[in-house]
Design a protein around this ligand. Structure first.
Ligand code: FMN
Length: 172
C-alpha cells in the first residue's frame, strides 16, 4: 500500500502522533515544510494538523495542494486542546477548502500545551483568551496548560488504514 503522512505542527505533539502512526503503518512521515513533501506520489494520504487560534495550521498547504489531494483516499487528524465536539468540527470545516471535508474522515486527537515552551507573548494571548472563554475547563487549560497526548488514541486511524488495505486486496 502506497501511503504517506503529511503533518503540520509547531510544538511537537502533531509530530509525535505522525511518528507513532508512521511506526504503526510503515508509511513515511513528511513535515509539509519539507520540499520533498509531494502528496501526488502516494495513493493514500494521512493528513495531520494542529489547531492554533481556531484553525488547522495545515489549511494553506491544503489549498495550495488541492489538485494533488483530490481523487486520493485521505484521513485527517487534528490535534488540539478542545476535545471532539461541534465547536471543533466547525473550526475544522472552516479551515478546509470547499468540498474537501466530505472526501475524508476526521479523527480528533488531544494535544499538549506546555507554557514553558511558548513565548511570553503567546502566554499573554492565551491568558487574555481565557478571560473570555465561557467553558471553565477550557479556561483552566488555557491558563495552566495541559497534556492530552495519548498514543492509544491513534487506534481509529489505524483501523481506517486497515479497512482501506482490505478493500485494496478485494479490488486487486
Ligand atoms: C497559540 C496557541 C493557540 C491555540 N489555539 C487553540 C485553539 O484555538 N483551539 C484549541 O482547541 N487548542 C488550541 N491550542 C492548543 C493546541 O492545539 C495544542 O497545544 C496542540 O497540541 C499544538 O500542536 P503542536 O504541538 O503540534 O504544535 C493553541 C495552542 C497555542 C500555543
Amino acid at each position: 500500500m502506497n501511503g504517506a503522512i503529511f503533518f503540520s505542527g509547531k510544538y511537537g505533539s502533531t509530530l509525535q502522533y505522525a511518528k507513532w502512526i508512521g511506526e504503526a503503518t510503515g508509511f513515511p512521515v513528511f513535515d509539509i515544510n519539507d520540499p520533498k513533501a509531494d502528496p501526488s506520489k502516494y495513493d493514500y494520504l494521512i493528513l495531520g494538523s494542529s489547531i492554533l487560534y481556531f484553525r488547522l495550521t495545515i489549511r494553506k498547504w491544503l489549498s495550495a495542494n488541492l489538485s494533488k489531494l483530490e481523487g486520493r483516499s485521505k484521513i485527517l487528524f487534528s490535534v488540539s486542546g478542545a476535545g471532539p465536539s461541534a465547536k471543533l468540527n466547525r473550526w475544522v470545516a472552516k479551515s478546509l477548502p470547499s468540498g474537501l471535508a466530505s472526501q475524508m474522515e476526521h479523527v480528533a486527537l488531544g494535544g499538549r500545551l506546555d507554557h514553558s515552551k511558548v513565548s511570553w507573548w503567546v502566554r499573554m494571548m492565551l491568558w487574555m483568551g481565557s478571560l473570555f472563554n465561557p467553558d471553565a475547563e477550557a479556561r483552566k487549560d488555557e491558563r495552566y496548560g495541559f497534556d492530552y497526548v495519548d498514543k492509544d488514541s491513534i487506534e481509529p486511524i489505524l483501523r481506517l488504514v486497515g479497512q482501506f488495505k482490505k478493500l485494496e486486496v478485494l479490488v486487486e
